[in-house]
Design a protein around this ligand. Structure first.
Ligand code: ABN
Length: 171
């Protein structure tokens, strides 16, 4: 009966090697690793590769860019600064015009502060007038058509940045 013992043992060993937990996990890992290589990169990763911030779409130096829905001024990104920062040699006005724009990436309304940059003569590049929610200058607190270079050392206007300051509940 030794031959029967031997057959049973080798059969049991073969079955154990095929159904062991380690063997199963090893095969699962191989399938996952192989599959991951064929899955394309997520949109967020592609955005970052192209130099864009996560959650942003469009060209910040183009007037159609979503943050500019209520702007009236020269885009600082075309003037040596960026959509968030003033060009060298200018100061950001602490007093601003506020708008609400929808980001098409997440369909969320954001509060945007349009700060004028002050201290150099008008930049002249990328004039952008979208004026959503703008009111006539006789309501100065609601008008973007004003020089907001107030509270700065000089009131010479150069360009305008568009800074996200928070989300809006409703438009
Ligand atoms: N807020 C931009 C601007 C500056 C000067 C004149 C009109 C508009």
């Amino acid at each position: 009966m030794k031959w029967l013992d031997g057959m049973t043992e080798s059969g049991a060993r073969e079955l154990a090697s095929k159904t062991s937990r380690r063997g199963f996990l090893g095969r699962l890992a191989a399938v996952v690793a192989g599959g991951a290589a064929t899955i394309p990169l997520l949109p967020v990763a592609r955005g970052q590769q192209s130099g864009q911030q996560p959650g942003e779409a469009g060209d910040p130096n183009d007037c159609n860019y979503w943050r500019y829905c209520a702007i009236d001024g020269f885009l600082c990104g075309c003037c040596g600064g960026s959509m968030n920062s003033c060009p060298p040699g200018t100061d950001m006005s602490p007093i601003t015009w506020i708008g609400t724009c929808e980001n098409p990436v997440d369909q969320t309304n954001y509060i945007i502060s349009y700060n004028d940059c002050c201290g150099k003569s008008s930049c002249g590049n990328c004039l952008c007038q979208r004026n959503e929610g703008d009111r006539p200058v006789y309501r100065p607190q609601d008008s973007n058509d004003l020089n907001w270079c107030l509270g700065t050392t000089t009131n010479t206007y150069n360009c305008t940045v568009a800074v996200v300051v928070g989300t809006a509940l409703d438009k």
